[in-house]
Design a protein around this ligand. Structure first.
Ligand code: GLU
Length: 367
């Protein structure tokens, strides 16, 4: 009973003290008035787009929704590249950074990241068919003196040995046979010449021995298939070379000139792949360099490249394969930021209540 009364009194005194203190008044005001949050971003369509001096894009819409929910009043500055963006965050001049910042092990050691805000990854982009302007003569010579051609020549040489010997055995005793001598040499050369000619469907003569004729017909069929396969292979190789300049995947980038943005994860990846990284600050400069043929390819974030390929670059560029290195984008905070977990919770709630999906569809739904 006594303890109860004391507790009641203590609570009363506490309540009076708290309501009288100036700190609590400030706190109360803060709950009503939006907190001001300075943000650094970077123009990178469709994540961040600058239009008539205003910012829009997936990241900006996402941040807008988070700000609404957390009652934040946001103001943006833009950085020229991701390195400068991270520097702003590190310096503490801004509360957070948002654009297309990949969460990496090295960055995680220096910064705090929100929960992932988008799945991304590195992808390759090359000039498309129409922008190719290839050199067919050069392509042909390169193909003729290539390992592919050598391989086919080898297979052809091995293949002709079988019918040549059968025909040699059957034809050498035939009076009008295509092998005019009974000896292995030079008789086999006549047979080999016939077999080679037939394989490429250009035979000058036909065997006279009945069984040799059956063999010849079967061999002609083999020839048709052989030539068809070879043609298919040549066409495929040529097409790929014309479209992508021989770039079919990350392993083909070695030695090639590849545009990347400075300080990006793509720049690191391209150096690891032994390619010549050509660094630009704005992604638009990379698109330019690709069209001007100063570079052979661009390696960059899949969501950004896909957006360009589907809009401005439609028909003139081409994405090569699927993203070859998966990454996630996050909102980046200085170490120990109090805001980080609030933002992460808001982001996760938005995933759960559909707000995230609506923003996603606005920018990434296929049109
Ligand atoms: N996702 C890239 C990175 O974080 C973007 C680079 C950039 O903004 O240019 O490295």
């Amino acid at each position: 009973m006594f303890v109860g009364v004391v507790n009641c009194l203590a609570a009363l005194v506490m309540a009076l003290l708290v309501s009288a203190s100036p700190v609590s008044a400030q706190e109360a005001a803060a709950q009503v008035q939006p907190r001001e949050v300075k943000i650094v971003t970077r123009v990178l369509p469709p994540m961040v787009i600058e239009r008539d001096n205003a910012l829009t894009g997936f990241s900006i819409d996402l941040m807008g929704e988070i700000a609404n929910r957390l009652k934040l009043k946001v103001s943006y500055t833009t950085a020229p590249d991701v390195r400068a963006l991270l520097e702003e965050v590190r310096s503490g001049r801004v509360e957070l950074g948002i654009s297309a910042v990949s969460i990496t092990a090295a960055r995680e050691a220096e910064f705090d990241f929100s929960q992932p805000m988008l799945n991304a990854g590195l992808q390759i982009m090359t000039r498309g068919q129409s922008g190719a302007g290839t050199n067919p003569l050069g392509d042909m010579l390169r193909l003729l003196i290539s390992w592919t051609s050598l391989g086919w020549l080898g297979i052809g040489a091995l293949l002709i040995l079988v019918p040549a010997h059968v025909v040699w055995v059957l034809e050498r005793r035939h009076p009008e046979g295509i092998v005019p001598t009974k000896n292995y040499f030079p008789g086999i050369f006549y047979a080999l010449y016939w077999a080679a000619g037939t394989l490429v469907t250009q035979a000058e003569s036909a065997p006279k021995h009945a069984i040799a004729r059956v063999i010849a017909v079967l061999w002609m069929f083999t020839g048709v298939v052989f030539v068809a396969l070879y043609t298919a292979q040549l066409t495929a190789t040529l097409t790929v070379q014309q479209i992508a300049g021989g770039i079919n995947g990350p392993e083909d980038l070695a030695g090639k000139r590849v545009a990347v943005t400075s300080g990006s994860t793509a720049a690191n990846a391209v150096r690891e792949l032994q390619a010549q990284a050509v660094e630009v600050r704005q992604i638009s400069e990379a698109y330019q360099a690709l069209q001007n043929r100063t570079v052979d390819a661009i390696v960059f974030d899949a969501p950004v490249l896909m957006y360009y390929a589907a809009n401005e670059g439609k028909g003139s560029v081409q994405l090569v394969g699927a993203p070859f290195r998966k990454e996630d984008y996050g909102i980046v905070f200085p170490r120990g930021s109090a805001l980080r977990s609030e933002v992460s919770v808001a982001l996760l709630r938005m995933r759960e209540d559909g707000a995230y999906q609506r923003i996603y569809d606005r920018w990434f739904a296929s049109r």
